[in-house]
Design a protein around this ligand. Structure first.
Ligand code: NAP
Length: 310
């Protein structure tokens, strides 16, 4: 027994897992990269879009086993090239952190087909494309970890965020299925679920042509935007969670043997995780609707809703 433990510890000393992080140029990805950079026990590939390369090289001094690579996660040939390079140099990715993501702020009616594709291809298709390409090497060595950064929006949807919620629900559904599929190969799957984070990332939200403040405040949905946008921004500003704290949760998942599939990563995420499980949806949706700011006034001047006959 002691012999096996010593042998395992010795193997672990020589094994330097290869971690690939997407969206490492800002927010959670940047905070995680800052945590990983001094940790020489890991070989790290931090990926950013081309435009952030110079800034990242200036921020992170070169060290053995730390690479900064350009990757637009929607660029399939770019993914192929990167994974081929990692396979050749390191023998494959051991831990994949699917972090890069975007968030559209628009009611469903204000999304175009192209907007929907951009949202889904960034948050879901690209994450799955990376997963498919790292799995063969993980299966070959009999271990690996796939850590997908999801959201509370992957558990509960919010108005003005239908497409973002759909992308995170898709990621959650696929990760749940994947958990069963790859467990027998020694591969773990994790969903990190942050809620509201005190960061400037709300400034990065995407607007569609119709949901842009120049347009939307004249539309039938004006009260939704007038109330939801400041509401979300206020919750983010007041949140005690920061990108650094979420990065800490991801690092813990990296270092934990057999981490759970769902890891709610902020206080509100833990709260909603249990609310969703304990309160029947039939009651939950009307209750949450009442808690949304001035929800009774939404569409007031524009609705032709029919009232039931007496
Ligand atoms: N902030 C929150 O409140 C919150 C809450 C729940 C979940 N999350 C999730 O956490 C993850 C990280 O978000 P964050 O808060 O750190 O936001 P962020 O600061 O906006 O970071 C997102 C990162 O993704 C990158 N990215 C977007 N599209 C890309 C593409 N096509 N190719 C490569 N990189 C791309 C961005 O790169 P560029 O800088 O080049 O655009 C950016 O570095 C996301 O998956 C998000 O959905 C965030």
């Amino acid at each position: 027994m002691i012999f096996w433990r010593r042998l395992r510890r010795r193997n672990q000393q020589y094994f330097r897992p290869v971690i690939l992080v997407t969206g490492a140029g800002s927010g959670i990805g940047l905070a995680l990269t800052k945590l990983l950079h001094p940790m020489s026990q890991y070989r790290v590939i931090a990926t950013v879009r081309e435009s952030s390369l110079v800034r990242m090289h200036a921020m992170f001094p070169a060290r053995d086993g730390f690479d900064i690579q350009a990757l637009d996660i929607r660029d399939t040939p770019g993914i192929d090239q990167l994974i081929a390079m990692v396979d050749q140099k390191y023998g494959g990715v051991n831990i994949l952190i699917n972090n890069a993501g975007i968030s559209f702020r628009a009611v469903a009616e204000h999304m175009t087909d192209e907007d929907e594709v951009l949202q889904m291809s960034t948050n879901y298709f690209a994450a799955m494309a990376l997963i498919r390409r790292v799995l063969p090497a993980m299966r070959k060595v009999g271990r690996g970890k796939i850590i997908n950064v999801s959201s509370v929006s992957g558990m509960l949807a919010m108005p003005t965020m239908s497409s973002y919620s759909a992308s995170k629900h898709a990621l959650e559904g696929a990760s749940e299925a994947l958990w069963y599929e790859v467990k027998p190969f020694g591969i773990d799957v994790c969903l990190i679920q942050p809620g509201f984070i005190n960061s400037s990332s709300f400034k990065n939200v995407y607007y569609t042509q119709d949901s842009h403040p120049d347009q939307s405040l004249q539309s039938e949905y004006q009260n939704y935007y007038r109330n939801m946008i400041p509401f979300v921004e206020k919750l983010m500003r007041k949140s005690f969670s920061t990108p650094e704290k979420i990065a800490g949760v991801i690092l813990k998942a990296i270092q934990t043997e057999n981490p759970p599939l769902w890891i709610p990563a902020t206080f509100d995420a833990i709260f909603f995780y249990y609310v969703r499980r304990l309160v029947p949806r039939r009651f939950l949706l009307p209750l949450l609707f009442r808690l949304l700011p001035n929800a009774k006034t939404w569409a007031k001047d524009f609705s032709n809703k029919r009232t039931p006959r007496p």
